[in-house]
Write a protein that binds this ligand. Structure first.
Ligand code: GRF
Length: 208
């Protein structure tokens, strides 16, 4: 049974997709043992509570030094004894020591087809604003393993989504969530939970 902690910061629609997929059996061999947020007001925490999943807040605002926050976060994650950490709409910078400790055991969902529209400053609605500004016809989402860069780790899954004439950033964001993010993240967890993913020379290999 894969023990998973999900890290969130906002509305938690990706978390909800994971919860629903576990409940429906689209994700197998997996237990979400906790939801961790840097933001005590995150609606994602309400979603965790409703699903009977332990919710934990570890906020940088509660620590005078970033190093103290980093230490506290790693201690909390270690105490959960998880196999996989899923960043689902998580906007907190993951401590380098945590990335070392959980190498290729942290995955993130990014709302673009990496390497497009990613890196520092590209998160949430900003990603879709830039895609529309550039005039691309295809966008999408990516699940990748987290390394010490920003959106630079080994790519695991990607799914393309068409841009429609007249799309606003919000409309495009919603379509990318519905047609890509909420499909890819559960699928990635199920693949990992069933031993079908390896990282070889910095690239992912998926066994069918
Ligand atoms: C979404 O745009 C997602 O792509 C990004 O964070 C935003 C909010 O996600 N990772 P959620 O609704 O909190 O899951």
């Amino acid at each position: 049974m894969l023990r998973v902690a999900v890290m969130v910061s906002g509305g938690g629609t990706n978390l909800q997709a994971i919860i629903d997929a576990v409940e429906s059996g689209r994700i197998t061999n997996t237990e979400i043992v906790a939801v961790i947020s840097n933001n005590k007001g995150a609606y994602a925490l309400e979603r965790a509570k409703k699903a009977g999943i332990r919710d934990i807040v570890v906020s940088p605002k509660d620590y005078t030094e970033r190093s103290e926050f980093n230490k506290a976060l790693v201690e909390v994650v270690d105490s959960l004894k998880v196999d996989l950490i899923v960043l689902a709409g998580c906007l907190v910078v993951i401590p380098p020591e945590m990335i070392d400790k959980y190498e290729n055991r942290i995955i993130n969902i990014h709302p673009s087809l990496i390497p497009a529209f990613c890196g520092t400053g590209f998160y949430g609605l900003k990603v879709h604003e830039e895609a529309l500004k550039r005039g691309v016809k295809v966008v999408g989402a990516t699940v990748h393993f987290v390394d010490k860069g920003t959106d630079t780790g080994p790519i695991l899954l990607q799914k393309a989504v068409a841009v429609q004439d007249g799309d606003t950033p919000k409309e495009l964001q919603q379509r990318v969530m519905e047609q890509a993010e909420w499909i890819l993240l559960p699928k990635a967890i199920d693949l990992i939970a069933n031993g079908k993913v390896a990282v070889v020379d910095g690239k992912t290999v998926i066994r069918k």
